[in-house]
Design a protein around this ligand. Structure first.
Ligand code: FAD
Length: 714
């Protein structure tokens, strides 16, 4: 906290302490104001503006400092100024005072709360942004909810002060009227409790519940309205139709079948989707060969001085195809049929909220009626509109696997995970690789030190990494192909035999009915937190829904899509993105879960960093893999894990222990208290926890223990 904040806090605390220490409360009791009423009325007759102004100022002060007294002041307002003027004065004074309390709370506490609970506050802030005004209004309508608590708590959220002010003023009007009106009969009042009779409280509660009920009804009507123009079938042939048999669609349909729903899965191209056919599987199979080649090149290091080998690229690609073929049965029509899923091969199109048309691959068409639909159509490589690109041609992850010859010179456009993995793999296989990235560093989502390390690793494998280079156009000259780049105002040409575009993937959104049904989308389909689209019975999961583009997030979402699609009318579950891991499979791997340093700083979340260097790890040394690190971010002074980045051999596998810990709220002490087999790479996790423990030793206690031992020695 800075100096001004401390000063303000001291002033507020001093004012509150003084209020109670000098027993100023007695001026805010019913008896006291009843006793003073006559004198105050006389004063009001002679100096109306002074009295009204003074009343207003005291009211604002009392509420701004969250002192007890607002109810009495409101009664006094009625007693002195009557119903109309009293209501106007109290209404403005209470709204201004409440807003001041809200601002004080925000100024003093918001940063501290944000840095401590930032990640958990995110959802609350999102909710406040969407519906905060509405809920504040209902809280304000019922005057039994403590006024000052609402002010202080709302100050900790991201609600705009302007919104807070007007919603408070309008919401409190009914309660203000009741109290000011009671104040006009001040002489007859015997206690504050008398004002809010059970019947009146009941009415207020009804008043408060009314907007909630109204909202529910409006939601139902709105939902009906979206469906109004469509002709609902009288009965449904199926419970669920799933479009797309990638990770998201496969898992959705599997879960639906497990819970005995009648489910149909439609795939227009290849079962298994992009992960199996063009993504994770072939890329990891290629990386395996590249790693082997790398090891053979460095075999002398292991005492194998003359490893003889020749690379047969066609054979390498055949192995990649074999790996796909070996995994294919896991995602096959036969397997899913045996699991109870009806699989149709063909192109799906949603014709209305309950009907999906399929143009079957083996001819013919069918229209299926269904209660719910899950869109899992995935994403495809983005090819930038570079002038000349079409003419020279480019590879993408869709076409790369058809290569028969290793390109002599390969340009990889894009410094994201896919670009980095493939650039390194092709360089290791023997291609001259130039990687082009527009931003100042590769793998920008990771911390700067990770980007720098990854760049160094790629360069050591022979990749020329060009950061801050913008691709302008492609050219061909006498059969030779070039890409023209711009770097710090200069242009340069890089020649290539093949160009691989790895600049991102875009959701598949066109051609299957989204526009016709008016389902909103931007870069991905717009869904709510239950993965429901505009039509609550049409849901989306996987790359087409975002926000992540991983196989494991697609299958994670699939559970929510299946359950919410089938049972959403009774119980819904919000998709939980609190612990999302991922790995970039360069060598050494880069694996992450939760926050890294740059994100924690951006989000204003306080953290401590603990680091363990894998160069110290026995197994890594034995394997000649002694490089990389485990970096753990924790809540200051606590062992609660905020995020972990591991750079090292098998980092993706090592990360699993931290993912489990974060998912189930286990701290570093628990990891330290767990036996890890010796000698394994997994010990790195334990040593990182040990590092944290060392940094948090109870030094005071240990000094006493030392004295104890000295004493015992005599
Ligand atoms: C080179 C590369 C490497 C990758 N490596 C990894 C990795 O290591 N780890 C990781 O987690 N992720 C990785 N990914 C990402 C991963 O492949 C995707 O996140 C994952 O495939 C998304 O699954 P999905 O089910 O959402 O979509 P997809 O797998 O794309 O499946 C969608 C399916 O829907 C079908 N479809 C589309 N429209 C229709 C229609 N109208 N009718 C019928 N069917 C339709 C498509 O044919 C497709 O089969 C990688 C991706 C690439 C390109």
């Amino acid at each position: 906290m800075n100096k001004q904040k401390w000063l303000l806090l001291a002033a507020v605390v001093a004012a509150v302490v003084a209020f109670f220490a000098f027993d100023l409360q007695r001026f805010f009791s019913l008896q006291y104001i009843q006793g003073q009423r006559g004198e105050l009325l006389a004063l009001y007759e002679t100096r109306p503006l002074w009295v009204a102004g003074g009343f207003f100022a005291v009211y604002v002060l009392v509420t701004a400092l969250s002192l007890p007294g607002a109810a009495i002041m409101t009664l006094l307002g009625g007693a002195l100024f009557g119903l109309l003027v009293g209501t106007v004065l109290v209404s403005f004074a209470s709204a201004i005072g409440a807003t001041l309390a809200f601002l004080v709370s925000r100024y003093l506490l918001r940063d501290a709360v944000q840095s401590r609970f930032g990640a958990r506050l995110k959802d609350i802030d999102k909710g406040i942004e969407r519906e905060g005004a509405f809920y504040l209004f209902t809280l304000r309508l019922v005057p039994v909810f403590p006024f000052f608590v609402i002010n202080l708590l709302m100050g900790l959220t991201k609600m705009k002060a302007r919104t807070f002010y007007w919603v408070s003023q309008v919401g409190m009007l009914a309660g203000t009227l009741v109290y000011v009106n009671a104040g006009t009969q001040l002489a007859q009042l015997e206690s504050l409790a008398g004002i809010l009779s059970p019947a009146l409280i009941g009415s207020f509660v009804l008043l408060g519940v009314f907007p909630l009920l109204a909202k529910k009804i409006i939601d139902v009507l709105k939902a009906r309205k979206v469906y109004a123009r469509w002709n609902r079938p009288a009965r449904f042939e199926r419970n669920m139709v799933v479009i797309g048999a990638g990770a998201a669609g496969l898992v959705t349909s599997y879960i639906a079948a497990v819970v005995k729903a009648k489910v149909t899965l439609i795939e227009r191209h290849k079962m298994g989707g992009d992960c199996l056919n063009y993504g994770c599987v072939p890329s990891k199979a290629l990386i395996k060969t590249a790693t082997l080649v790398h090891q053979m090149r460095h075999s002398a290091h292991y005492g194998v001085a003359s490893a003889q080998w020749t690379l047969d690229f066609a054979q390498v690609m055949q192995r990649v195809a074999r790996v796909i073929a070996d995994i294919e049965p896991h995602d096959s029509v036969e397997r899913y049929t045996s699991l109870g899923v009806e699989v149709l091969l063909g192109e799906a199109r949603i014709v209305d909220p309950w009907r999906v048309n399929v143009r079957l691959a083996d001819g013919g068409e069918r229209t299926l009626s269904t209660r719910s639909i899950v869109i899992a159509t995935g994403a495809e490589p983005f090819v930038p509109p570079l002038p000349g690109l079409q003419q020279v041609g480019c590879l993408t992850s869709d076409t790369l696997w058809q290569l028969k010859e290793l390109p002599k010179r390969l340009v990889v456009l894009g410094g994201g995970p896919i670009g980095c993995e493939l650039a390194q793999a092709f360089a290791r296989l023997g291609a001259e690789v130039t990687q082009v990235e527009m931003l100042p560093r590769i793998m920008v989502r990771e911390d700067e030190e990770v980007s720098a390390y990854a760049k160094g690793v790629l360069e050591a494998d022979g990749v020329e990494v060009l950061t801050e280079h913008k691709a302008l156009r492609c050219e061909s000259e006498g059969g030779a192909k070039f890409i023209v780049l711009e770097h710090q105002g200069q242009t340069l040409r890089v020649g290539f035999d093949q160009l691989l575009c790895a600049v991102g993937r875009v959701a598949r959104l066109k051609g299957f009915g989204l526009e016709e049904l008016g389902i909103p989308f931007n870069k991905t389909i717009q869904t709510d937190e239950y993965l429901r689209t505009l039509y609550p019975n049409i849901l989306a999961a996987g790359d087409v829904a975002g926000p992540y583009q991983f196989t494991h997030t697609a299958s994670h979402q699939a559970w929510y899509a299946a359950v919410n699609g089938l049972f959403g009318g009774f119980k819904r579950f919000k998709a939980d993105y609190s612990v999302i891991p991922w790995t970039t499979f360069i060598d050494p791997e880069v694996a992450r879960v939760g926050l890294n340093e740059q994100e924690a700083k951006e989000q204003g979340i306080a953290f401590e960093v603990t680091r363990y260097g894998i160069d110290d790890l026995d197994r890594a040394i034995a394997d000649s893999a002694a490089h990389g690190w485990v970096k753990v971010l924790t809540v200051p002074g606590k062992d609660r894990i905020l995020g972990v980045t591991i750079v090292g051999v098998h980092a993706g596998d090592l990360l699993a222990e931290y993912v489990l810990a974060m998912r189930h709220g286990l701290g570093l002490n628990k990891i330290m208290g767990t036996i890890h087999t010796y000698p394994t790479l997994s010990e790195a996790n334990k040593y990182a926890a040990g590092e944290w423990k060392r940094n948090h030793q109870p030094h005071g206690l240990l000094r006493w223990v030392e004295r104890f031992h000295t004493w015992r020695r005599g």
